[in-house]
Design a protein around this ligand. Structure first.
Ligand SMILES: Cc1ncc(COP(=O)(O)O)c(C=O)c1O
Length: 282
């Protein structure tokens, strides 16, 4: 599986169960670098899937440019590899123009699109949808039966009833307003904290800002410091299937009210300062 660097931990764990090897493709703020993708595809023995999250990625919050989307499909077509487009955050755009999904650009029936109600209705229901070429869908249905027999009928009925009686678009619009304000609160708190040598993103949508700290700070150690301050985050190293990048942090801004986000960032900065001056973390 060729993936972004970093990429989504849950997908890595799900695919790892099938004995997958991950090849991470160099990725910048606009998406995968097409030349690196082509190079890595050429050197892979049996490339099966290119797995990408083009809209407000988990964990880095990046959103691919249209040019990179087109370039990805061109490279994938040349190598005849399926593209798995995992798309939970697309509707949670706070500003700017929507970019075309890979699926909408796909002329060769090469893209499998995954959508979910987890981020626009309720994560606990674990309900989503797949758009794929029929031949792939037929196999998918067989494999899914082997994995979970059937998606819970009760959960499907709960969702169907919600969609019938409520306006999901209004819900999504309200989420966008709420998360935009929380994104702003986190970004301005990070700016105010002036953490030495740190870089962080200001995503145009989704749930996450990505924080890079000086190399000497290990985010797993930082998490221990932070838990003592009743603060939690996911260390960014977990999102690199081949390891490294232990100085990175995934910050979630969707869950907490603005005041608590500000307090959280204050504690985070305090923990980093305390680690920087401690003998335990030279
Ligand atoms: C990229 C990505 N894919 C999939 C999921 C999970 O979706 P679901 O709840 O539909 O399994 C998440 C949730 O965190 C995610 O970030």
């Amino acid at each position: 599986v060729l993936c972004e660097s970093p990429t989504y931990l849950g997908a890595v764990n799900a695919m790892r169960a099938y004995g997958v090897a991950f090849v991470d493709v160099t990725t910048d703020d606009d998406g995968m670098l097409p030349d690196d993708l082509a190079k890595k595809l050429a050197s892979c023995r049996r490339p099966k899937v290119i797995y990408v999250i083009p809209d407000f990625q988990n964990p880095a919050g990046r959103c691919w440019s249209t040019e990179r989307r087109v370039a990805l499909l061109e490279v994938a077509a040349r190598h005849d590899v399926v593209v798995l487009e995992d798309c939970p955050y697309r509707d949670l755009r706070f500003e700017g123009e929507q970019r075309p999904s890979l699926k909408s650009l796909d002329k060769r029936e090469q893209v499998v699109f995954l959508g979910t109600f987890s981020k626009i209705f309720c994560p606990g229901l674990r309900l989503g949808w797949v758009a794929a070429p029929q031949a792939l869908l037929d196999k998918y249905v067989l494999v899914k039966q082997g994995v979970d027999l059937h998606t819970s009928s009760l959960n499907q009925m709960v969702l169907a009833s919600y969609l019938e009686h409520h306006d999901i678009d209004a819900n999504v619009a309200a989420l966008r307003t709420l998360y935009r304000a929380r994104r702003d609160a986190m970004v301005s708190a990070l700016e105010a904290a002036k953490i030495e040598g740190a870089h962080f993103t200001r995503p145009a949508g989704g749930l996450f800002s990505w924080l890079e700290l000086p190399e000497r700070i290990n985010a797993r150690d930082l998490l221990v410091e932070c838990l003592e301050r009743n603060l939690a985050f996911v260390p960014g190293g977990a999102f690199f299937p081949n390891g490294g990048h232990e100085n990175t942090v995934r910050l979630n801004f969707s869950n907490m009210p603005e005041e608590r986000i500000k307090e959280g960032v204050r504690r985070l900065a305090e923990a980093i300062r305390s680690m920087s001056s401690s003998k335990r973390h030279p």
